[in-house]
Design a protein around this ligand. Structure first.
Ligand SMILES: *Cc1c(COP(=O)(O)O)cnc(C)c1O
Length: 371
């Protein structure tokens, strides 16, 4: 393998080479202070510069209104599955959990431990393909403390792009695999959370964006490190944070700004995903079962018409530098994750490879050939 390598893994995912280089340069000596960035005390002036810049850049990128707080937490998205009900469902209130795939279901099952969870399955079939019912048909409860949903199901490749509008109801979104892939209207949400290792930075840090008035709602004992109010009061320095991951996220935010911000990156993400979907639609040897209205731009699961060729596909793909295309173990098949850092060249190389693989192995079956 001599050419470039493209990592299609769903997470921990690829990081832009420019960001990795920068981190490498600053690893031994942070801005001439003689210490590694890994060695900076989390309450030191130097580290504060890093966290302040990171928050400022994130706020710029997402246009986060001033009444929202940004928390940098630990425990990943699964930690948030517990933190959300523990912080928001005071007085044993009920919460609505929208089920659209694997991760939203996991969130509901964890949430059930801490509140009365009403699980609302919004999946349906349209034209024989997986789809999601429109939000207007979701049977939301009047008394729900919050509505939890997942706008991008990383494993199923299903996206809910509709903008939530549930009046005064508090909307909580697990944006682990979609945050920073496009502009969003923050004001539609009460809480947005995302683990970092998909599209934001290295594993170990978790972003929470929360509207001010939702702080202080917990009326039960909850672990301090999951307590939003405590985290907000301590500027996310209640305990020792994952300093290096936080710093790397800051580098990612700078990189995103240099790419032209979220509108520019969203356009690129659309173009990248369209290239792969269009190729698969034209070649039934490759199967994606998600309705076009709900196809994820970030995570694209697919299957081969001849499923016994999957191992060979993976092996040959790796031979030309296409890594981590194996589907998640709960659904099998294949999956290409096309996060912000995936260049066009990666998608082009993948499509060229898929085309060559089809020519070689699909031609025996007339159903499979190119149309
Ligand atoms: C990856 C992922 C999770 C789990 O994240 P962890 O950091 O491993 O807990 C949850 N939700 C979504 C949408 C994900 O993509």
């Amino acid at each position: 393998m001599t050419g470039p390598l493209f990592n299609f893994g769903a997470g921990p995912a690829l990081l832009p080479p420019a960001v990795l280089k920068r981190a490498q340069q600053q690893l031994l000596d942070w801005q001439g202070c003689g210490l590694s960035v890994l060695e900076l005390g989390h309450r030191s002036e130097l580290f504060q510069q890093i966290t302040q810049a990171a928050e400022r850049d994130l706020r710029d990128l997402l246009a986060i209104p001033k009444e929202y707080r940004v928390l940098f937490m630990q425990g990943g998205a699964r930690g948030q599955f517990a933190a959300v009900p523990l912080n928001l469902s005071g007085q044993g209130r009920q919460a609505d959990y929208i089920e659209s795939g694997y991760w939203s279901r996991c969130a509901a099952l964890e949430g059930e431990k801490y509140c009365t969870a009403k699980i609302i399955d919004v999946r349906c079939q349209r034209e024989g393909l997986s789809a999601i019912k429109p939000m207007s048909e979701w049977p939301i409860s009047d008394q729900a403390a919050f509505i939890h949903y997942c706008p991008n199901e990383t494993i199923n490749g299903v996206a809910i792009d509709e903008v939530p509008d549930f009046g005064e109801r508090v909307v909580v979104a697990d944006m682990s695999s979609t945050l920073l892939s496009r502009p969003i209207e923050i004001k539609r949400f009460g809480v947005i959370y995302a683990c970092a290792q998909k599209n934001i930075g290295p594993a170990g840090i978790t972003l929470v964006i929360i509207r001010d008035d939702l702080l202080g709602r917990a009326d039960q004992a909850l672990p301090s490190i999951l307590n939003y109010t405590l985290m907000a009061q301590s500027h996310s320095l209640y305990n020792t944070p994952p300093t290096f991951a936080w710093y790397c996220c800051g580098l990612m935010f700078q990189w995103l700004k240099a790419q032209g911000g979220l509108a520019a990156i969203a356009l690129r993400n659309q173009q990248k995903a369209a290239k792969l979907y269009e190729f698969m639609d034209a070649h039934p040897f490759y199967i994606n079962r998600v309705h076009p209205a709900h196809r994820s731009l970030m995570n694209i699961p697919f299957w081969l018409l001849q499923s016994d060729l999957v191992d060979l596909f993976l092996q040959q793909a790796q031979g030309v530098g296409l890594y981590a295309l194996k589907g998640h173990q709960v659904v099998g098949g294949l999956r290409a994750s096309l996060y912000n850092a995936m260049p066009f060249a990666g998608v082009n190389t993948l499509v060229d490879f898929m085309s060559a693989f089809l020519q070689h192995y699909g031609s025996a079956n007339p159903q499979c050939g190119g149309r």
